[in-house]
Design a protein around this ligand. Structure first.
Ligand SMILES: [Zn+2]
Length: 212
């Protein structure tokens, strides 16, 4: 699925205050291409992924707060994205090796062109000089079936077709990038989510791209 190699475990994010709302059972995996998150977290010793997997729930709360504050949609369809990026020119343990970037969606009127949360987070990561997106956490309400014309209906909100194409062509994205899509509306208990690799998301939605 993705490489599991020897590496160092790096302590979690400093922003521990964000995880105070977490209790056992706060998060519930409902389905996804990476079926057993518990085993995955236990088994991953690759420093890149262990850092993301040990901290993604913190990133979830940061993303929710960001979306609640900044997202602007005429139908209140708020979406947030948290991208966990890595730069390989910083050694393991360096404070800049891992960094998270937050994005929110905007479409203030029906006539305005939408700007997606994923796009904003990704452009920040690229602009800051990062090399790869290790993992993504998105929050949003799943789309209603009647809203769907071209897109597959999924239990959590997946990146839209436009984002799938943009991400698939983007130099920071990989097929192995983990994508955890969370429901906004079930907050606080339990927060339902799915976990896929980005390659699995693309396959699921019938997309292909020049992605590594
Ligand atoms: Zn999008």
């Amino acid at each position: 699925m993705f490489p599991v190699t020897l590496g160092h475990f790096v302590p979690q994010y400093a922003a521990q205050e964000h995880i105070t709302r977490q209790r056992p059972g706060d998060f519930q995996l409902i389905s996804g291409g990476v079926a057993d998150m518990g085993r995955l977290i236990m088994n991953v010793t690759d420093e890149r992924y262990s850092r993301f997997l040990s901290g993604w729930k913190t990133l979830y709360f940061m993303t929710v707060e960001h979306a609640e504050k900044y997202a602007d949609h005429y139908e209140d369809f708020k979406v947030g994205a948290g991208f966990h990026a890595i730069r390989y020119d910083r050694p393991v343990g360096h404070p800049d090796r891992h960094k998270t970037f937050l994005g929110h969606n905007t479409k203030p009127t029906r006539e305005t062109e939408k700007i997606c949360a994923e796009h904003r987070a990704l452009e920040q990561a690229k602009g800051a000089g990062y090399d790869e997106i290790i993992g993504i956490v998105t929050v949003g309400k799943p789309r209603l079936p009647e809203r769907e014309i071209e897109e597959l209906v999924t239990p959590t909100l997946h990146p839209c077709i436009k984002c799938q194409r943009e991400l698939a062509m983007h130099p920071l994205m990989r097929r192995r990038t983990l994508v955890i899509t969370c429901k906004f509306e079930t907050h606080p208990h339990p927060i339902e989510y799915q976990c896929h690799t980005f390659g699995q998301i693309l396959r699921l939605h019938g997309q292909s791209g020049k992605i590594r």
